[in-house]
Design a protein around this ligand. Structure first.
Ligand SMILES: [Zn+2]
Length: 436
């Protein structure tokens, strides 16, 4: 069986993964085994009406088989999952309300942008639904049709947009995955100040190399801590779940009452698709191979903008202010450079918000050192106009642009670059993982 939920939190508080913890405790209480790790599935990051991280929580449960694995702790008690579900086991008739009872109080229903939805199904949902959810825009109606075809039970609150994420999350096949261990404060401490020791985070970052995006050394930013006061104290991302448990023990912080390890599509680049410029649409993400057609310009506010073109068209690309030093590399691009740009697409004008760039060819540029010398009278010649060549003032002899003296400047910028940890998107695959 799958139970999934999404869009329960708001920018101000709460967290759908905390609701996931409560659901797991509830399912255990009802006598079910959790199968595998709970899942945190991030969806299209470019959708303007998302709550915060645009992530849904999926819990697989039933009657399990095999040696149990530790997936978390609550009040000093271990929480377990089983690796597999026993075949042909009859799950007793369970209603979605049986799970949601006492859980609804953790939804931020008074926020206009929070529109929770929950789905309960014994049938897997089709994989295309995940790809549509992570790369495109899906409507509530489209989802309801699929849920009805699969005889799934579901519940919508207000606009019920959460059923979109919940359903797309169930459809995820976990082909490319990482893990995140999240720690949770006790309920009475949700709105209180909390601390995580930055030095201990750096120590953990160095000792456990299978973790990523822990600390931004360039901007002195502790990335494992959320920006708002939510039930989450910190979250450590990594590729090996067992190592996350060691990693959390290195971090010094306010005390917490629970932790949970989620299997997730974070760091997968699943949102990105290779596209020709003509095919690019708003609110999607793209990988575009092209050549720089206008030199980077730094705008007021610190954003750096340039354009690229392929055989089908031209599009603007941007490295926004929060990407900090990443903009310095972008600023060094020259017309003609060959690049592959990775990023989400903003509307009006269509702009690729760069997450990563692979600079394939940045050939040396010629910089003029001096004007040509007149072969007849030995005087330095004068420019007639930009790109129009030279003329000797004394005798009138002409020379072309190519006759001037140039020096070759090496660029040394070829290769992959990514935005710093502080500006990283959940779905973006860090170069640290790509390289390993
Ligand atoms: Zn001359």
């Amino acid at each position: 069986m799958y139970f999934a939920i999404d869009d329960t939190d708001s920018r101000q508080g709460m967290c759908t993964t905390y609701v996931g913890l409560k659901v797991i405790l509830k399912l255990n209480e009802l006598g079910y085994d959790i199968i595998g790790y709970p899942r945190l599935v991030r969806l299209n990051p470019n959708i303007p009406w998302k709550t915060r991280g645009n992530g849904s929580v999926v819990i697989r449960f039933g009657f399990g088989q095999g040696r149990q694995i530790k997936i978390g702790e609550y009040n000093g008690q271990d929480i377990f999952g089983k690796p597999r579900e026993r075949k042909k086991e009859k799950t007793k008739e369970l209603e979605i309300e049986d799970i949601l009872r006492d859980i609804e109080r953790y939804f931020v229903l008074d926020d206009r942008n929070t529109n929770p939805g929950a789905v309960l199904t014994s049938k897997k949902l089709p994989e295309w639904l995940y790809w549509e959810g992570v790369r495109d825009v899906v409507s509530v109606q489209e989802i309801e049709n699929v849920l009805e075809q699969h005889e799934a039970k579901y519940k919508k609150y207000k606009l019920g947009r959460g059923i979109i994420g919940a359903s797309c999350g169930i459809a995820w096949r976990a082909k490319r995955k990482t893990y995140e261990l999240l720690t949770y404060l006790p309920e009475e401490k949700f709105s209180e100040a909390r601390w995580v020791d930055a030095e201990s985070v750096k120590k953990m970052d160095k000792q456990i190399p299978s973790t990523f995006d822990n600390y931004d050394y360039e901007n002195n930013y502790t990335a494992i801590m959320p920006n708002s006061r939510t039930p989450v104290l910190f979250g450590i991302r990594g590729t090996m779940p067992e190592e996350l448990i060691k990693a959390k023990d290195i971090v010094k912080s306010t005390s917490y009452e629970a932790y949970l390890i989620y299997e997730t599509n974070q760091g997968s680049d699943d949102h990105l698709k290779r596209r020709k410029i003509r095919e690019i649409r708003e609110y999607t993400s793209a990988i575009v191979h092209g050549n720089v057609t206008s030199a980077p310009k730094r705008l007021r506010g610190g954003h750096v903008i340039f354009t690229i073109a392929d055989s089908t068209g031209e599009i603007e690309c941007a490295a926004y202010e929060p990407t900090k030093k990443f903009r310095d590399v972008i600023s060094k691009l020259e017309i003609g450079d060959e690049v592959v740009v990775y990023g989400g697409v903003r509307k009006e004008p269509l702009t690729i918000n760069i997450e990563k760039i692979n600079i394939i060819k940045a050939p040396p540029v010629l910089k003029k050192v001096s004007n040509p010398v007149c072969p007849l009278c030995g005087r330095k010649m004068e420019s007639i106009g930009r790109g129009k060549g030279y003329r000797c003032r004394k005798c009138g002899t002409r020379a072309s642009e190519a006759d001037a003296q140039y020096t070759k400047i090496e660029r040394n910028i070829e290769g992959f670059y990514e935005v710093p940890v502080i500006a990283r998107r959940h779905l973006a695959r860090p170069l640290k993982i790509i390289k390993n």
